[in-house]
Design a binder for this molecule. Structure first.
Ligand code: EPU
Length: 337
């Protein structure tokens, strides 16, 4: 375990923003993590997971702790299910592939989401009708103040749409060190009715899909719409899809009869932010080395060596324009630092 000075965080964030960490250390065990958290010489500490949900706008004047705890273990099994404990530093998609190799079902719709297992519960990652919470059992968090491990059940986490207690009252208080999932071993419940999964399977000539087939379909859809962070820096959806009142929605329908929507409750409707941003004229807009993705307006991109603060300015301009045109406030999904 070595503490380095002035390290570029470019390889550690999927946006590929080149800012410096004053000090940087990688921890590979809970004991190392505890030791680092206790270091008095570095009063400011910043915990970094997969770096897939953040926009860095300035140098980090702190000791950046890169959580790299590895390991996947089957902790119990019965006839129908397997309970798996995964350490926080495992790459999310590699874990999904591991589960599919073992024919464990439940995570196939969450294929190809960037980031690490430890950060997945913070925003309750979700895609194609499935969220992390659907297969989540519990997670362990190391308290930054007491250095004690606390287990959080699904109820404790209070999961919502891209939300959990780790974004609310417990924000910044715990480092998630492991996550436990319950996956199916047979009679897998397939979720293929969302978005274009069914048509993608048809295109692939698959009529009786397995969980592996669903994963392949999801990968094909994501690859066609979302930029791969290895090629173009990005953080997935930059904004959350806003929820508006039914009255507001009915008003908008008068002006924009084609507006897509999902009913959330009797009085609430969710609108795809991607549609609002596209309608506001930003889709595919390029501002030199950064811009809005040409195939999915919800994704802001760094084409080469963009400054995070310019991407932040663009996001504010988008918010202001969407507010002016539709009277809807769209909230950033990524953490801005
Ligand atoms: N749309 C447009 N223009 C665009 C993008 C979208 O008009 O540029 C409209 C279309 O009508 C489309 C609808 O929005 O049918 C929905 O688009 P899409 O299926 O791409 O989903 P989304 O609502 O834009 C959400 C998640 C994604 C997730 C997909 C699929 C949020 C903030 N985003 O996007 O999550 O992959 O659904 O389930 O909820 C992420 O969180 O990083 C992420 C990529």
């Amino acid at each position: 375990m070595q503490i380095s000075k002035n390290i570029s965080l470019k390889p550690y964030n999927t946006f590929g923003i080149d800012v410096l960490a004053n000090h940087f250390v990688t921890v590979s065990s809970i004991n190392e993590l505890k030791t680092v958290l206790k270091l008095k010489d570095y009063p400011n500490k910043f915990v970094l997971g997969g770096g897939s949900n953040m926009l860095l706008t300035k140098n980090i004047e702190a000791l950046v702790i890169h959580v790299n705890l590895k390991g996947i273990s089957i902790i119990s099994e019965d006839e129908n299910t397997a309970t798996i404990k995964v350490n926080a530093g495992e790459n999310w998609h590699e874990f999904v592939l591991w589960s599919l190799k073992h024919d464990f079902g439940g995570l196939e719709n969450l294929s190809l989401i960037p980031g690490n297992v430890g950060t997945a519960p913070i925003q309750n990652i979700g895609a194609y009708g499935v969220e992390l919470k659907d297969s989540f059992v519990s997670c362990e968090g190391l308290c930054i103040e007491t250095h004690k491990i606390k287990t959080f059940s699904k109820t404790d986490c209070d999961f919502g749409y891209r939300n959990s207690i780790f974004k609310q009252q417990e924000k910044g208080k715990y480092v998630i060190v492991s996550v436990t999932f319950k996956l199916s071993k047979k009679a897998h419940q397939l979720n293929i009715n969302y978005g274009s999964i069914a048509s993608q399977l048809e295109l692939m000539n698959i009529s009786n899909p397995t969980i592996q087939d669903v994963s392949k379909a999801v990968i094909a859809i994501r690859e066609s719409k979302l930029p791969n962070p290895k090629d173009i820096g990005n953080s997935g959806s930059f904004f959350k899809n806003p929820i508006i009142t039914k009255t507001h929605y009915l008003d908008l329908v008068n002006n924009f009869p084609e507006i897509p929507s999902y009913v959330i409750s009797e009085n609430e409707v969710k609108i795809p932010a991607g549609w609002l941003i596209e309608k506001a004229g930003f889709k595919g807009k390029c501002f030199g080395n950064y811009g809005v993705h040409k195939k999915q307006a919800l994704v802001l991109v760094n084409y080469s060596d963009a400054d995070g603060s310019n991407i932040l300015k663009l996001s504010k301009l988008i918010q202001k324009t969407v507010k002016r045109l539709f009277n809807i406030s769209i909230e950033a999904e990524v953490n801005i630092l």
